[in-house]
Ligand binder design. Structure first.
Ligand code: FNR
Length: 341
């Protein structure tokens, strides 16, 4: 199966095409953004289960960039060591590990140490959310620097790659979408904030390590944007990224119809438009569908989220049926010859 083929993201060799996408666990118990024993267990399980790349959940670059009080954070040096041990654990399994850096913007629901929230324009997500403060240039520059400092800390923690969260209606996506960006200054340009974030991250992130973005291909909003618009935004930043992770929605409270593989057509459209490696995601936990997405050229890598939450050994189970040689490469077998099938 192609699912078991290795893949290079820039110089980073992944042992197969399966990605665990970023998924918030809300387990930073002390509102301090720090790794807990829960995170260790949570990320090691799929790594032992054979995943090629684990992407750590949305990790906030500032306290007011958290989605909840219990998000992971990388806004201070004290948060590095916990993440370093996570990286070391995942590396010991042969998997690679990236971190998703994000800022919630107007979708911040955290209250601990948060006096006001930020956005490109003073529009609340819905009635249950606070109205964000419209970011002036000084605040924009501060947040860009927060992404840069978080990237420096990610490097110190030993991460193999960074995914910048530009999807699901969080801050960067709020600048991209015309449904949320009502500015009249230069930041009206949908790719400007994202490109400045990427530029700042590149100033500190090692050139040999991959860096990519996760986007919402469309926001499903009548006054928002579609996949063609998204492809144009990506074309503008293409020289600064090594791949694209294609999701959708989250900018406005509209829930689209979902079904197995509902986002793979977006992945193909974007992959063809920007000619970069693409990660597809969204109800791909049927092995046949995941394989189809890869074989038919819809995507280079497939991410399985909830499927891996239900069963961190998702890939090992498939290997039992289709790829026994993968089982023979697992550490327990190599050490003591235990057959896993
Ligand atoms: C998510 N998702 C998500 N996406 C993201 O970019 N950053 C995040 O931190 C999270 N957090 C999160 C938490 C939980 C509990 C779920 C279920 C999902 C979205 C996720 O990465 C993925 O795109 C979706 O779950 C769709 O893929 P599956 O689950 O259908 O394979």
């Amino acid at each position: 199966m192609k699912l078991f083929d290795s893949f290079f993201l820039k110089h980073l060799e992944l042992r197969n095409r399966l990605v665990m996408p970023p998924m918030c666990t809300y387990q930073a118990q002390a509102c301090d953004g720090k790794v807990t024993p829960f995170h260790q267990a949570h990320y090691l399980a799929p790594a032992i289960g054979g995943v090629g790349l684990v992407i750590v959940e949305a990790t906030a670059v500032a306290p007011e960039g958290r989605i909840s009080d219990y998000d992971l954070g990388l806004w201070c040096d004290g948060q590095i060591s916990g993440l370093r041990s996570l990286v070391e654990g995942v590396h010991a399994t042969g998997a690679k590990i990236a971190i998703q850096l994000g800022h919630a913007g107007r979708k911040c629901e955290a209250t601990n140490g948060v006096s006001s929230i930020l956005g490109p324009s003073p529009l609340a997500y819905d009635d249950s959310y606070r109205i964000p403060e419209e970011m002036d240039e000084k605040t924009i520059n501060r947040v860009i620097d927060e992404f840069k400092q978080a990237a420096r800390r990610a490097e110190e923690a030993g991460f193999d790659a960074i995914e910048i969260h530009a999807a699901h209606g969080y801050l960067i996506n709020q600048f991209i979408s015309p449904a949320t960006n009502k500015r009249s200054d230069q930041y009206k340009e949908p790719s400007l904030f994202l490109s400045q974030v990427l530029q700042a991250v590149h100033a500190t992130w090692p050139v040999e390590k991959p860096l990519w973005v996760r986007v919402s291909a469309t926001d499903y909003s009548p006054d928002g944007y579609d996949v063609t618009y998204c492809s144009k935004v990506l074309a503008a930043i293409k020289p600064m990224i090594d791949a694209v992770h294609v999701s959708s929605g989250g900018v406005v409270p509209i829930v689209p119809p979902v079904y197995p593989g509902y986002q793979i057509a977006f992945a193909r459209t974007i992959g063809e438009a920007v000619d970069l490696p693409v990660i597809a995601v969204g109800m791909l936990s049927s092995p046949d569908l995941a394989e189809y997405a890869l074989q038919s050229g819809f995507a280079d890598l497939v991410a399985v989220g909830r499927g891996l939450l239900r069963n961190p050994n998702w890939l090992l189970e498939i290997a039992c049926q289709h790829q026994k040689d993968f089982l023979l490469q697992q550490p327990m077998y190599l050490q003591r010859g235990f057959p896993l099938h």
